[in-house]
Design a protein around this ligand. Structure first.
Ligand code: FES
Length: 122
């Protein structure tokens, strides 16, 4: 669905997502996953299982620069048990308090900042 199509759908709320590295800012809509919004805008995020919560290749960090960007403020859906279980398989060094699976984290409102883990400089 294009941005224009979404813009005319009153049920959708426009959301700004900034992807790092690169600080690439894209427009998304409520209901999109972080993975959806990335792929629709040419931002590569690995998704080996096709977005079915069966791998962890879409691991991202939802940045918590201010409370505006935290999960708790409702910008992104709360984590469900299946995602928690999958993330628990990551090594301790990879897992952060703001870790999410891009295919499971649904954009809800506001502004969200996302770091694509596989793209982080070593
Ligand atoms: S794409 Fe496999 S868990 Fe998200």
């Amino acid at each position: 669905m294009s941005w224009n199509e979404r813009e005319h759908n009153a049920a959708n709320v426009p959301i700004v997502v900034c992807y790092y590295p690169g600080a690439v800012i894209v427009a998304a809509c409520s209901g999109d996953t972080i993975l959806d919004a990335a792929l629709e805008n040419g931002i590569p995020i690995e998704h080996e299982c096709g977005g079915n919560c069966a791998c962890t290749t879409c691991h991202v960090l939802v940045n918590m620069i201010t409370t505006t960007f935290t999960e708790a403020d409702g910008s992104v859906s709360e984590m469900e048990d299946v995602e928690k279980d999958r993330l628990s398989g990551l090594q301790d060094s990879e897992l952060k308090s703001n870790s999410r699976l891009a295919c499971q984290a649904i954009l809800l409102k506001g502004r969200v900042e996302v770091t694509v883990v596989g793209s982080e400089p070593n």
